[in-house]
Design a protein around this ligand. Structure first.
Ligand code: FES
Length: 144
């Protein structure tokens, strides 16, 4: 294959996105938009009673790097705990994709933000305050 700026993994996830779609009975939905490029990413989470990701799907209206980032993010999220989701940074997504061109890093940042937004909405749907997410993030930063 001709060598472009994208890794084969990025191309693969762009051409055959994993876990694309919606979850009807999702208990956490996150949405972010990037005003600069106009792209929008939505993440649907189904978290079980043990706080483990049972299912995750995404819908992204955006560039190829955003689609590949969302697809890879969902693969990395399945079976993870809520705490582990918060450690899923855009760097981890970019690494798993085999890199992204510098101008496309922001596309992976959208995935990280969409995950956090979905988690906030997960706690809100349980009638809790989403500041719990900030507390968990602060704890993770301290531990690392
Ligand atoms: Fe907007 Fe990629 S250019 S998310």
């Amino acid at each position: 294959m001709a060598k472009g700026p994208y890794s084969e993994t990025v191309m693969d996830h762009f051409m055959n996105p994993r876990n694309m779609g919606e979850i009807e009975d999702a208990n956490g939905v996150g949405e972010v938009g990037n005003p600069a490029c106009g792209d929008v990413m939505k993440i649907f989470l189904k978290i079980d009673d043990n706080n483990i990701v049972e299912d995750v799907k995404f819908k992204t209206f955006g560039c190829g790097a955003a689609i590949a980032s969302s697809s890879m993010a969902t693969e990395l999220m399945i079976g993870k705990s809520v705490e582990e989701l918060l450690q899923l940074t855009n760097d981890a997504i970019v690494d798993a994709l085999g890199g992204l061109p510098p101008a496309k890093i922001h596309c992976s940042v959208m995935a990280e933000e969409a995950i956090e937004d979905a988690l906030r909405n997960f706690y809100k749907s349980k009638g809790k305050d989403d500041s719990i997410v900030d507390e968990m993030k602060a704890k993770i930063t301290k531990e690392n």
